[in-house]
Design a protein around this ligand. Structure first.
Ligand code: ASP
Ligand code: MG
Length: 419
């Protein structure tokens, strides 16, 4: 069986969904389709949530109406009989309205998962219904019942054992050749909805591939495949036809947005190839990530934005590496900071992290034992396959705060350019 994942950009319009239909109808294998929320729906639901948390009921409902209108416009364009599409999403919008009008949020992360997860629920309901209308028999699955995770709301970790049991009992390819499920969302053991972290649908596809022993997983994207740099940032990018799991995971962790960093592990563990293919031209091969890829010969450039460099010095002048590391990383884990780079001296340590919701609280806690200083608005440039010229070209005229260069790669923390 195959796993296909379609992201928000691919299903943002009726045209996109028609293209998806075309791609899917040419598949002969059994297929599990993972879909994200349509377009920018997740961002829009985050706004609904903000209003809900502040007890701004009217604003929340107004924003929800915009989201509903957007989906209904797509439905009207897509279905022969639009009432079929409307009926498919109706219960979910009704439920959301009830949540928003009957209560006020208290636990941010938990409410986030309860509300924001509807983006994927609604998109898959529409897609499953339109597939049926066009003759592609399929079974819609609710991953809020199947993809079991822990209760780390907004960044939940998959419970592979439980998820495998539930998924395998829900999926039977002798009954249906095509299953459609949501990316990004799951359930804790108590049945409360969870989410896997922004852009987490790729990860869902990989987990499903792992649990159902897929022959391959394909992520359909609005890019020609994997390139040696983000074409929105770098010029003259080159297509990389194949990549090893190791290079792919380094690339993704450095901030290459083409795949979510957690995607590689479940696939590597079962040696399942991952294809990244162009949604706009489905006959092209795109790129493949697998074990046996030849080493990359072109330098790869990755720019990660919106980083903060924390510098910590123990107030009691103790050695940071010997005496403080465990505590520092306990705090980092507690506030779920994402670390990109670490550099230390005798009594100080610099840690470059993503700017995030709980950063200030982490800094407050660290301030009990450390002098904490920080720089915001930073970028990290990673160059894999570094050489003198490329380094020179890439960082000239830039203020570099920290750099780490090894034989193969370099990382440069720089102040962001004025926009
Ligand atoms: N819809 C979610 C997001 O936008 C998950 C995803 O697209 O992968 O973050
Ligand atoms: Mg998305």
């Amino acid at each position: 069986m195959l796993v296909y994942k379609f992201g928000g950009a691919s299903v943002k319009s009726a045209d996109g969904i028609r293209n998806m239909l075309k791609i899917v109808s040419s598949v002969e294998d059994n297929l599990f389709i993972v879909v994200s929320a349509m377009g920018k729906t997740t961002n829009a639901l985050e706004v609904v949530l903000e209003n809900f948390m502040k007890a701004e009921q009217e604003a929340a409902l107004e924003k929800l109406t915009e989201i509903e209108t957007y989906h209904k416009e797509i439905i009207a364009e897509l279905f022969k009989d639009k009432s079929v599409g409307e009926t498919a999403v109706e219960p979910f919008f009704t439920k959301l309205k009830t949540i928003l009008s009957e209560s006020v949020g208290n636990d941010y992360d938990r409410c986030y998962d309860q509300i924001v997860s509807y983006g994927e629920v609604i998109s898959t309901a529409i897609i499953s219904a339109v597939f049926k209308e066009k003759g592609i028999v399929n079974k819609w699955l609710d991953m809020r019942e199947l993809l079991v995770t822990d209760s780390n709301f907004r960044e939940a970790n998959v419970n592979f054992l439980e998820a495998e049991k539930r998924l395998k009992s829900a999926v039977d390819f002798s009954q249906h050749k095509v299953y459609i499920g949501q990316g990004f969302i799951g359930t804790n053991m108590k049945g409360l909805p969870t989410t896997l972290g922004r852009e987490g649908s790729d990860y869902t596809a990989a987990v499903v591939g792992n649990l159902l022993d897929a022959d391959s997983v394909t992520i359909w994207k609005d890019v020609p495949g994997i390139l040696n740099g983000d074409p929105r940032i770098f010029q003259n990018t080159i297509h990389i036809p194949e990549l090893s799991y190791l290079d792919a995971v380094e690339l993704a962790h450095s901030g290459a947005q083409v795949i979510h960093p957690k995607t590689i592990k479940p696939l590597e563990n079962k040696q399942i190839p991952l294809y990244v293919r162009p949604f706009g031209s489905p006959t092209e091969a795109g790129s493949v990530i697998h074990q046996t890829a030849k080493p990359i010969t072109v330098p790869i450039l990755i720019l990660k934005r919106n980083l903060v460099l924390l510098t910590l010095r123990p107030l009691d002048f103790s050695f940071v590496l010997e005496e403080s590391l465990t505590w520092i990383f306990t705090v980092i884990e507690k506030y779920r900071l994402k670390v990109s780079l670490i550099q230390s001296s005798a009594i100080s340590i610099s840690i470059c992290v993503d700017n995030s919701r709980y950063l200030q609280r982490a800094m407050d806690e660290l301030s009990n034992d450390y002098k904490v200083s920080y720089n915001t608005d930073l970028e990290m440039l990673t160059i894999r396959g570094i050489n003198k010229e490329i380094k020179q070209q890439s960082i000239q005229n830039r203020e570099v705060l920290v750099q780490q260069v090894t034989r193969r790669s370099g990382r440069f923390i720089m102040r962001a350019l004025e926009k």
